[in-house]
Design a protein around this ligand. Structure first.
Ligand code: PEP
Length: 261
């Protein structure tokens, strides 16, 4: 089963509007020859529309980093599904570990968000991953299984425009401690097995599973060369045009030339 490679950049709480436009312009030019893999940029809410407008005549797509599960209402400070699509987002990241950790997002809430994204026809990057302690205690399989089963059960895969899973071991995010290619691939195989239990083996074979956690230009090729790793969700290294471009073009000979703006 060949799955199209996907590289997504999670800019987190970084970049003003002008900085975001500048980065998007640089990536639009540096990645304009890339047509065999998908590129998704996930800026903060305030830069969704400017970034979407910047890349609209390219193959780069835009995603939000979160959204509320209700369509509208008295939820001060929150942003609805319609607001993000209106701003130009085709994708949304759901369940990032920073949201689970700092904003107490649990599997019940994430199930609601996934259901809403499916109903509102927003493509999803759904993040799962174990903490260091859970890995040390030998609970990787248990944690990953419950993170998928408790959130996706009750949802039909055809309900989603697209569902992408991101395996992001919490201990590897923003730490420089990357999972080894073998550790990551093993986790991806486990996730695919759980997806087969929830949906079907055929569907599980089609779902892209990204790796996230300190992906950098120097380790991208090894990680992305694994059989069950279908791309990367990149945090820190997606904030610099040359680093993210190098990751996007991880196995090409092409020279990376960044246009200065
Ligand atoms: C992330 O935030 O999704 C991430 C993978 O971050 P980093 O690449 O900085 O580890």
């Amino acid at each position: 089963m060949s799955r199209r490679m996907m590289l997504a950049g999670n800019w987190k709480m970084n970049k003003t509007i002008s900085e975001a436009i500048n980065l998007a312009v640089r990536l639009k030019y540096s990645c304009n020859s890339v047509n065999d893999r998908d590129i998704v940029l996930c800026p903060p809410y305030t830069s969704l529309k400017p970034v979407a407008e910047t890349v609209k005549d390219s193959s780069i797509e835009v995603g939000a980093q979160n959204m509320h599960h209700q369509l509208s209402g008295p939820y001060t400070g929150e942003v609805s599904p319609e607001m993000i699509t209106d701003a130009g987002a085709d994708w949304v990241i759901i369940g990032h570990s920073e949201r689970r950790q700092h904003f107490s997002e649990d599997n019940q809430l994430l199930h609601e968000k996934l259901a809403t994204a499916a109903r509102e026809e927003i493509k999803v990057i759904f993040c799962v991953g174990e903490t260091e302690q859970q890995r040390d205690e030998g609970k990787v399989a248990e944690v990953l299984t419950s993170q998928l089963k408790e959130t996706l059960s009750g949802l039909d895969h055809p309900d989603f425009v697209e569902l992408v899973i991101a395996y992001e071991p919490v201990w590897a995010i923003g730490t420089g401690n990357t999972a080894t290619p073998e550790q990551a691939n093993q986790a991806h195989q486990l996730l695919r097995q759980v997806l087969a239990d929830i949906f079907t083996a055929e569907i599980a074979g089609q779902i892209r599973i990204l790796y996230g956690g300190s992906v950098k230009p120097h380790n991208a090729a090894q990680l992305l060369g694994q059989s069950d790793i279908d791309g990367a969700l990149v945090g820190g290294a997606s904030l610099a045009a040359d680093d993210f471009t190098a990751i996007v073009k991880f196995d090409t000979e092409e020279n990376i030339s960044i246009v200065d703006f």
